[in-house]
Ligand binder design. Sequence first.
Ligand code: NAI
Ligand code: 5RP
Length: 351
Amino acid sequence: MQLAMVGLGRMGANIVRRLMRDGHECVVYDVNPEAVATLVAEGATGADSYADLAAKLQTPRIVWLMVPASITGQVADEVAAVLDRGDIIIDGGNSNYRDDVRRAAALRERGIEFVDVGTSGGVFGLDRGYCLMVGGSDAAVQHLEPILRTIAPGVGEIERTPGRDGDLAPEEQGYLHCGPSGAGHFVKMVHNGIEYGIMAAIAEGLNLLENADAGVREAEHSAEIAPLEEPEFYQFPIDTAKVAELWRRGSVVSSWLLDLTAAALHANPRLDGLAGRVSDSGEGRWTVKAAVDVGVPVPVLAASLFERFASRDEDRFANQVLSAMRLQFGGHQERPAGDVLEAGGRKVDEG
Ligand SMILES: NC(=O)C1=CN([C@@H]2O[C@H](COP(=O)(O)OP(=O)(O)OC[C@H]3O[C@@H](n4cnc5c(N)ncnc54)[C@H](O)[C@@H]3O)[C@@H](O)[C@H]2O)C=CC1
Ligand SMILES: O=C(CO)[C@H](O)[C@H](O)COP(=O)(O)O
C-alpha cells in the first residue's frame, strides 16, 4: 500500500523504514529537510509541502501524522486542507482522545476519515514492531489493515494464550480496533498510565535495595547521623544492577521495562548524568482525570504521576509548609542545607 508520513523523528522515521521493508510505498514530509533527505536516500519519496505530498499520493490518500501531540491539531488542519473526500488521516502520536473525538467529527463533515492509532514501541519499534491501539470507523480501519499488520510486531515468539486457536486474531498480532474515534488513544492513555505505575514500582524497589546497607554506613558515621534503630538488619551491600539483571530471568516481575532498567544500570550503575527530574507528556494526567470523571479508583497510577511532579520540586511549597508547622508547634528549626547529613543515600534532619 501507499502511505504518507508527516513527522520523521524517533518514531515516524522508523515506522517508514518498517513499512518500506515490507514493500509498502512511503511519501515523507518533515519541517526538517534533512529528515526527508535521509529517508529519500533509503527509498522513500520526498515531499516539500503538504500540497506536494497530496499530489504524490493515489486516492484514497492515507496520511499518518507522527508529530509532537501539542502541534498535531494544527498539522491535521493543514493536511486536511489538501485532502479530498474519502481520504484518511491517521494520528499515531500521543494525542488526547478528547481531541480525536472532536477532530473526527469535524473531518467527517468534510468526508475525511480520522483514525487514531495509539502507538507503543519507542525507539526499538523498527525491529520489535509497534503495538497499535486503533480507533475509527470500521470501513477506514479495514482499509488500513495491511499497513497495521506490517507495523505491528506480529505473533513473534510469544506463545498463544491457552484456549485461543484457529486463525490469529488482530490482537494476537499486535494491533486492535478498540472502538470508534478516540478509543485507540483512550487505550494508549491508560497504557501509559500503567507504564508510570510499573516504572515507579521498579524505581522505588531498586532504591530500597540501594539503601539496604544503611546500617553499614550508619556505623561509618555513627557520631554524626541520627541513629538507625536496628542497623544490624541493614547490612546488605546489594548490587542493584545485578539484581535487575537477575530478575529478568524467571521472576514474576520480569518485563521489558525491567530489561531496559537492567541495561541502563549495567552501562551506568550510579546513573551519573541523570538528575532525576522526571518529565511527563500528559497521558498520566489524562488517565487520572478520566478515572475521576468516571469514578474509578486508580491510587497507584495517581501516586506515580504525583511522584513525577515531586521529582521536579513541585512539592517545595508543601515541604516549606511542613517546616513552618514544625517550627510553630515545636520550635523545631530547619537545619541549614549544609548541615543536612547523608545516611545511606537518605537525607537525615532531626532538627
Ligand atoms: N518517542 C517515543 O517513545 C514515543 C513517542 N510517541 C509519540 O509520537 C509522536 C512523535 O514522537 P517522536 O517521534 O518521539 O518525536 P520527535 O520529536 O522525535 O519527532 C517529531 C518530528 O516531527 C517533526 N515536526 C515538527 N513539527 C512539524 C510540522 N509542523 N510538520 C511536519 N513535521 C514536523 C520534527 O521535525 C520531528 O522530526 C509524539 O506525539 C509522541 O508523543 C508515541 C509513542 C512512543
Ligand atoms: O508513549 C510513550 C511510551 O509508551 C512515550 O515514550 C511517551 O512519551 C512516554 O510518556 P511520558 O513522556 O509521559 O513519560
